[in-house]
Design a protein around this ligand. Sequence first.
Ligand SMILES: [Zn+2]
Length: 411
Amino acid sequence: MKINKKPWPLKTIYGIRNRIDTNPDFQRPAVWSRSQKQLLIDSILRDYDVPKLYWRKTGSKPDTYDVVDGQQRLRAIWEFFDGSYRLPKNADSIDGFEIASCKYDELPDDLRIGLDIYPLDIIILEETDEDEVREMFLRLQNGTTLKAQEKRNAFPGKMRDFVRNLSEHSFFSKVGFSNARYTHDLVVAQMACLELAGGPTNAKNNDLNKMYENNKEFDDKSSEARAINRVLNFLNEVFPEKTPELERFNVISLYCVVAELMKQYVIDEIKPHFQNWVINFEQERYSQEAKSEDEADPEWVAYKEKISHSTDASDSIRWRMEFMLRNLLEKYPNLSLKDNQREFAHVQKLVIFRRDKGICKLGIKCDGIKLTWDDWHCDHNIPWSKGGKTTVENGQVSCAACNLSKNNIII
Ligand SMILES: [Zn+2]
């Protein structure tokens, strides 16, 4: 990397503004307020020192540049020269010159010329590759309020590229939240984090940073990468158009639900109903939230709590996934397990136990006793050996004695 430092007069910098790209893909969108811009111009007029700007030379004849650092300052200067804003009403005079409420054109000549020739230190980086520039951008931005995902987007490596690519997946054109400050990238990064962990896990900024760090060589053909693609393709297919119910907080839970369904259940059975289920689930949530705490179902009250804070914590993600899966199995009790599996899945058992209120449904050896969660058998109503499916619909609570007795009768 070649580094070339030179003071450039502001007027010169303004003159070549069309050759400077202030928004290369690792940069953040403009966020400076009017008063921050005014403060910069005021500082320059008073001859305070302004920190260096870093540009990367991207072409010659004529020279072109990417801004690595200093985008906000550059925009503030250009906009002032353009006459887009005035100095503050209460600005103090400088050497006896009044500057309050002045636009660039209205400044006293002495000050305006001083501004035109003010030397701003520019560091030009030449012969650099993308990764070096991103690395420098990261270092320069540390300690500022740059948001975590924006920092990660400047972090070189294959995980970054994988996440950036998938954030353009057409599923994200269907969701109800925008990509402001790379929210889509953040969601994909969380999906990758969950997939790499094989299920719910902490997906906070620190965890995502570590994931980027540890997966610089991430293979976008790996089984995890393919699994993430499969879930996104499924979601993209079941939501044919923009669906405002898909919000920032539930897309991650939905990801877990679909990933779990793909692992354990015959996913094609639920596919035609999935969109309806999500929309109904959200409607149920709205109507529960409209009720007073006393009237609302305590489970929905707990769900509201879980989506209100610490949504990136492992136990919250797992709780929400199980809550949604349970809801889905209550509505679609015919959903069967893959490979004609005999053992009931955990969530199926939860739904069956709650539906039967823990009461033995066989009544062969008992009169329907009430059982505890630690002490019940999940019985196939139509026996598995006779072709009965392992579904919520075909499951029932039974006590040990009745279960044993039924099995003896069948044999
Ligand atoms: Zn019994």
